[in-house]
Every structure is written in structure tokens, then in C-alpha cells.
Design a protein around this ligand. Structure first.
Ligand code: XLS
Ligand code: NI
Ligand code: NI
Length: 433
């Protein structure tokens, strides 16, 4: 076996004063918070694609990373798995995630692609049993190969729809076999470039039918994990159908799936949709469809999905605050859908990027948890809505415009504006972060 991460020690918690690069300062997986370990609260997962399959390209240049497992044989796929699990051992995180295309090369035919997936699934399974992390989720890559250029389930060509169905079927089988706790669908090419060649109504119907079949199939095979949709407004398509949480909720309602499917929310996608990450989480929680997160950090200038490792603690804290308000993770977790910058060539860069990200998240989580436990913001929010506790106020919501108008005039009501106290509340948050 190649020794890709040679001389890099297993990362252990050393506390905030440690000056070692190879130590956690804030993430102590065994630390108990409210009766549960930090590992169980945060449920960290590493994304196979960015760390082991991405070559470091950008629109102006190709591969920058020199990885001995790049290539398209099963032997190299196994070397890649060996290296991946070596990194997982060094980091000690409890979960990981994959696309089929990350873990094995495609075959010449659909059947060969499927049987290669089965072969690598067994290989990954052995590594997981030998002490490797568990599978947070599996997913199908229905966007890289040119056959998907006009969409997967939404493709104008029914044979691509069929190909996609067959691919999701075997990816879901693999997820089930590996005990995956969720199955994700991100519709990277489920959208359009121009309406001039697109029948939007038809494509949306296709996507709806496809998702219904995915949900049915999960039940048939006894997959009791959570099915998750990952929204994103654009990139690679100019306009993606799963734009954001609110849009996806309308779509789920339309196809009767609002109790079957939840959301996998990504920081960068929220920013691209013109939202904050905490907005997307709060929206999903309020609709009862919050599932899991893809943690990263988006550049605020660029307008594309930069997938940087998170390092903005106050931002992360507010995201976890919304997650904690919603009751914390159940099947979901914190998947680092984050990648190195293309100049970060060294194996050690990959390890330390994750170390820093784990620490930022642990710090943010602890701040959020304390803020919630102290009720520092809750009391103020409750006070703001206290007027609605009055019986007359409550009754309005089941009343009519005429009755409300009659009462409002009879009592000659005179609403008095009150401060929203935003700066004061921001000061409270700053006490915790
Ligand atoms: C791309 C997405 C992708 C999904 C899984 O922008 O974040 O990586 O998480 O297909
Ligand atoms: Ni993602
Ligand atoms: Ni993304």
C-alpha cells in the first residue's frame, strides 16, 4: 500500500492552547455536551469527491494535483479507497459520503458500471467494518458524463431518464448495503440553459415522477434512511429547478412527497440563492423538512460555488443555532463538501484543511448550544411576539377581515412601533462567538 500521508500522526484533541498543527483545539470528539458526545452532536462526514476525485482544475486550467490513484482502473479505485480510509483514520471522523463516480470508474456499459459499483461497495464495506467511518449518505453522479449534459431525469431524451433510473437504483442498493443513513439527490443538471429549447412544464413533471419512483424503490428494498434533496439555484445549469428550500417544498407538495423527502442544505448553495445559510436551515426546519448539511464556505464576490473549507466561526455558529433550535441532527450530519484551493498540493494540506474545519464547526456549535441554553435570544423573540398571546389577538387568525375591521375601528386601535433591537441582539451573539 502507498504511504500517501506518511509521517502524519493521528489527530487528537489537545485543547485551545495547543500550538501543534496536528491537533484539534476545539473539537474533542469525546467531550460530553447535554449528555451526548461532540462526535454524536456534529456527526462529521468527509466528502470523497473533493478530497480524492477532484484533480484541481478550474475553467482555465486542468489538473494541478498529482495523485497516484488518478486513472480509470478498478485497481486504482482500490488504491484511492485505501488512501481515503487512511485519511479517515488520521482524522477519526465518524462518517463519509460518496457518488458512484468517485469510488469506481465507469464501465463500457450500464451493466459493467453497475457490477463495478458492486465490487467497490464490497471493498468499501470491508474497510468500514475494519474500523472505518460509517456512510452518512450515498448519491449518484448524474452530471459529469456528457450523456447528462441536458439533464438526467429532466432530459428530453427518455433513454437518459432510463439510464439515470438504473444508476440511482444501484447507488441506492450500495447505500443500503453499506448501512447509509441517508440518500441524496442533487439535481446538478436538472435545469436549463435557455427556455428557447426547453419545455419547463414537462421537465418538472419528469423530475417529480422520478423522485416518486426513487421513494417507492427505497421502500421496496427496505431502505429506511432519509431521502434528501440538495437545492442549488444554478451551476452547472443556468437555472436549476431545485432552486432553494422554499422552491423544493412547493415541488414536494405538488408530488405528495413532503412527508417523504427532506433537505440537504449547503452553505455555498444558500449564498448563491441570495440567502444566508441560516435562512435555508430555518426555512427547512419551519417546514418540517430539515435533514442534513453540506458544510463549506462560499466566496461572496465570485458568484460560483467555491466550496472552500469553512473558517468563519460566527457564520457557522448561527447555522448550528438554527439546527439546534430544530432539535439537532437525527439522520443528518455535517458533511464537509469542501475542497482545497488548487495550489494546495500537499497531502498535509488535505489533512489540515479538515482539522481546521472540524475545529471551526465545534467552536461554532458550542457557542450556539450555550446561546440556546441561556435563552439569550429566545426570551427577546418571545417578548417581541407576546401580543399574540392575548385571546383577541389569537382569535383574529380564525376570524374574517370584516370582523377584524369592525373590532379595530370600535376599539380605535393605534399600533405603537417598537424597536427591533437588531444591534442589541447582535451584541448578545457576539458575547458567545
Ligand atoms: C455540488 C453539490 C454536490 C452534492 C452531491 O454543488 O454540492 O457536491 O453535494 O452531488
Ligand atoms: Ni453538496
Ligand atoms: Ni455544492
Amino acid at each position: 500500500m502507498i504511504d500517501f500521508f506518511k509521517d502524519i500522526p493521528e489527530i487528537a484533541y489537545e485543547g485551545p492552547d495547543s500550538i501543534s498543527e496536528f491537533a484539534f483545539r476545539h473539537y474533542d470528539p469525546d467531550e460530553i455536551l447535554d449528555g451526548k458526545s461532540m462526535a454524536d452532536h456534529l456527526r462529521f462526514g468527509v466528502a470523497y469527491w473533493h478530497s480524492f476525485a477532484w484533480p484541481g482544475g478550474d475553467p482555465f486550467g486542468g489538473q494541478t494535483f498529482d495523485r497516484p490513484w488518478f486513472g480509470d482502473t478498478m485497481e486504482l479505485a482500490k488504491m484511492k479507497a485505501d488512501v481515503a480510509f487512511e485519511m479517515f483514520r488520521i482524522l477519526g471522523q465518524p462518517y463519509y459520503c460518496w457518488h458512484d463516480a468517485d469510488v469506481r470508474p465507469e464501465g463500457d456499459t450500464l451493466a459493467e458500471s453497475r457490477s463495478r459499483m458492486e465490487e467497490i461497495t464490497d471493498y468499501l464495506g470491508e474497510k468500514m467494518e475494519a474500523g472505518g467511518p460509517k456512510l452518512l449518505w450515498g448519491t449518484a453522479n448524474l452530471f459529469t458524463n456528457r450523456r447528462f449534459m441536458s439533464g438526467a431525469a429532466t432530459n428530453p431524451d427518455p433513454e437518459v431518464f432510463a439510464w439515470s433510473a438504473a444508476t440511482v437504483k444501484y447507488c441506492m442498493n450500495a447505500t443500503l448495503k453499506l448501512g447509509g443513513e441517508n440518500y441524496v439527490l442533487w439535481g446538478g443538471r436538472e435545469g436549463y440553459e435557455t427556455l428557447l429549447n426547453t419545455d419547463l412544464k414537462r421537465e418538472r413533471e419528469q423530475a417529480g415522477r422520478f423522485l416518486c419512483m426513487v421513494v417507492d424503490y427505497a421502500k421496496k428494498i427496505g431502505f429506511d434512511g432519509q431521502i434528501l434533496i440538495e437545492p442549488k439555484p444554478q451551476e452547472p445549469t443556468k437555472h436549476q429547478y431545485d432552486f432553494d428550500t422554499a422552491t423544493v417544498y412547493g415541488f414536494l407538495k405538488d408530488f405528495g412527497l413532503e412527508n417523504e423527502v427532506k433537505m440537504n442544505l449547503e452553505q455555498g448553495h444558500a449564498i448563491l440563492a441570495g440567502h444566508s445559510f441560516e435562512h435555508e436551515i430555518a426555512m427547512a426546519a419551519s417546514l418540517g423538512i430539515f435533514g442534513s448539511i453540506d458544510m463549506n464556505r462560499n466566496d461572496y464576490q465570485s458568484g460560483w460555488d467555491t466550496d472552500q473549507f469553512p473558517n468563519n466561526m460566527p457564520e457557522v455558529a448561527l447555522a448550528y443555532y438554527e439546527i439546534l433550535k430544530a432539535g439537532g441532527f437525527t439522520t443528518g450530519g455535517t458533511n464537509f463538501d469542501s475542497k482545497l484551493r488548487r495550489q494546495s498540493l500537499d497531502p498535509v494540506d488535505l489533512i489540515l484543511a479538515h482539522v481546521g474545519a472540524f475545529d471551526v464547526c465545534a467552536r461554532g456549535y458550542k457557542a450556539a448550544s450555550k446561546m440556546l441554553a441561556d435563552g439569550a435570544l429566545t426570551a427577546q423573540v418571545n417578548a417581541r411576539y407576546a401580543g399574540w398571546d392575548a385571546p383577541d389577538a389569537k382569535a383574529m387568525l380564525t376570524s374574517s377581515l370584516e370582523d377584524i375591521a369592525a373590532r379595530a375601528e370600535a376599539e380605535s386601535i393605534q399600533p405603537e412601533p417598537r424597536s427591533g433591537r437588531q444591534e442589541r441582539l447582535e451584541n448578545i451573539v457576539n458575547r458567545y462567538v
